[in-house]
Design a protein around this ligand. Structure first.
Ligand SMILES: [Zn+2]
Length: 136
């Protein structure tokens, strides 16, 4: 039995492309970037910025990877739904609202909570599907 420890670039990109297309945000560009966080959706440029730590992923990172991508897709969908300028305002308003209430601008941010729940709720079916397709 061959254990595929590292996932090929092609398979990784196929998973990302499948997810973007399924959630109707196929116009989102993906870029690797050195950053503190795992990923970031840049509303100004419509770019999903992925940490360079995901340059190559191992099979035991797939779960976390999928949650991260689906989380960012939720932000991309919001940007598409409201228009990116409006969503940016809504997001900043929410940050200021949380700060004004002595809370954390990210951890207590409703858009972050929503995106994380979306990722946690949806990653399993993709995990199973991609596994079945032998992508990892
Ligand atoms: Zn987020």
């Amino acid at each position: 039995m061959i254990i595929k420890e590292f996932i090929s670039e092609t398979n990784k990109n196929q998973m990302i492309a499948t997810l973007l297309s399924h959630y109707g945000v196929q116009s989102v560009k993906v870029k690797m970037k050195s950053m503190k966080d795992h990923a970031h959706y840049n509303v100004d440029t419509g770019t999903l910025e992925l940490s360079t730590r995901y340059k190559t992923i191992k099979s035991n990172q797939v779960k976390e990877f999928l949650i991260t991508i689906i989380h960012e897709i939720d932000h991309a969908r919001d940007a598409k739904r409201y228009g990116w300028r409006k969503f940016k305002d809504m997001y900043e308003y929410e940050m200021n609202y949380q700060i004004a209430n002595g809370k954390d601008e990210y951890k207590d941010n409703k858009y972050e909570i929503e995106a994380e729940e979306f990722g946690q709720k949806n990653y399993r079916k993709w995990y199973r599907k991609f596994k079945k397709q032998d992508l990892f």
